[in-house]
Design a protein around this ligand. Structure first.
Ligand SMILES: O=CC(=O)O
Length: 361
């Protein structure tokens, strides 16, 4: 079943699939325009149509697709499919490690991930093999910032609890302190890891009359900080001063579980913790402890370890913890833009040209 298509099959596909983008036929689909000279690409997920259209219309590549968005390609299948390909489009559920790169072999020149995060990639192994890596920053900044603000307000104003109470009969008389939360007006907002997304979040929060923005990072980022008038502080000060602490850093060996007991214990018990970066930056046991003992007031998480977080996980038992299923960039326009950028990065990489967004390895 898994094979690159024949000329007859190709003509059929060109008629029914290439022009219409209506790809059918089980989890694995094959699309190509000509045999022989085209470079081979494996796409590990049914990515949004913009990106597939770009690959189709390039006339540069033939690609094979794991034609499902509901289940990731099984590892065994992935290891077989990548054999001999020139390039790979992946999403964040695929671990791109030495085993996979060995399975792909020496033809693999370009890896294009449809994500801003790259903790699923073994950059050292990619560098060692001279494989160029494209990723999709910037196009998702607005969507992620918007969702972060929504999650922050949902958590701080206890919206999930409130709708639950309204629906299940908990709504008695109007009460003076019932379902009170914490407001942004006059608050200090802390950003852990100031980049494009942190700036975009602060820009959206400023009209809520935030008093002060503070941030911490490996080093001061005056270029970005000046846009939002944010003050650089130590990690300790970030924990101590923030009424709202938004985590925006990448997951790296340095940031793994950087949000732990030590940080939570310094936060105010009225503080709200928000994470839309990667679950791995948080020690979830420590977070559970901080939330359940009232060390902090609430947490909003779009990312967890693992994903999906099992429904039996203790964090799901807490009223003051709002958990979303990793949807920060999930708007139609953004996901299409990510898909298009991933496709364009790949094509440029294969042409030996600079990609639009390329990771420096
Ligand atoms: O989390 C989403 C991404 O890295 O794009």
């Amino acid at each position: 079943m898994a094979m690159w298509c024949s000329r007859t099959a190709l003509r059929r596909l060109q008629r029914v699939a290439v022009n219409s983008l209506n790809i059918t036929g089980g989890p694995t689909s094959f699309v190509q325009r000509e045999m022989s000279t085209l470079q081979r690409v494996y796409v590990t997920r049914q990515i949004p149509p913009e990106g597939l259209k770009i690959l189709h219309e390039s006339g540069q590549v033939q690609y094979e697709l794991w034609d499902s968005d509901d289940v990731p390609v099984p590892r065994k299948e992935l290891l077989q499919k990548v054999k001999g390909v020139d390039a790979l489009v992946c999403v964040l559920t695929e671990k791109i490690d030495a085993e996979l790169l060995d399975a792909a072999g020496p033809n693999l020149k370009v890896l294009s991930t449809m994500s801003v995060g790259f903790d699923h990639l073994n950059l050292e192994e990619l560098k060692k093999r001279g494989i160029r890596v494209g990723y999709t920053p910037d196009v998702l900044t607005d969507s992620v910032a918007e969702l972060t603000v929504a999650l922050l307000l949902t958590t701080s104003r206890r919206l999930i609890e409130a709708t639950h109470e309204a629906k299940t009969g908990g709504w008695g008389t109007w009460r003076t302190l019932w379902l009170c939360g914490h407001e942004l007006a006059n608050s200090t907002v802390g950003i852990l890891g100031l980049g494009r997304i942190g700036v975009a979040i602060a820009e959206r929060l400023a009209p809520f009359k935030v008093k002060k923005f503070i941030y911490t990072d490996m080093a001061p980022r005056p270029d970005l900080a000046s846009i939002i008038n944010a003050e650089f502080v130590s990690m300790d000060e970030l924990a101590k001063q923030s009424d709202f602490l938004a985590v925006c850093c990448a997951l790296t060996p340095e940031t793994k579980e950087i949000c732990n007991k030590d940080l939570f214990s310094k936060m105010k018990n009225t503080s709200i913790f928000i994470n839309t970066s990667r679950g791995g930056v948080v020690n979830q046991e420590d977070l559970y402890e901080a939330l359940s003992t009232g060390q902090i007031a609430g947490a909003g998480l779009d990312v967890t370890v693992p994903e999906p977080l099992p429904t039996s996980h203790p964090l799901f038992t807490l009223k003051n913890c709002v958990i979303l299923p990793h949807i920060a960039s999930a708007s139609y326009s953004t996901r299409n833009a990510m898909s298009a950028l991933a496709a364009n990065n790949l094509l440029l990489g294969l042409q030996g040209k600079p990609m639009i967004k390329e990771l420096k390895l």
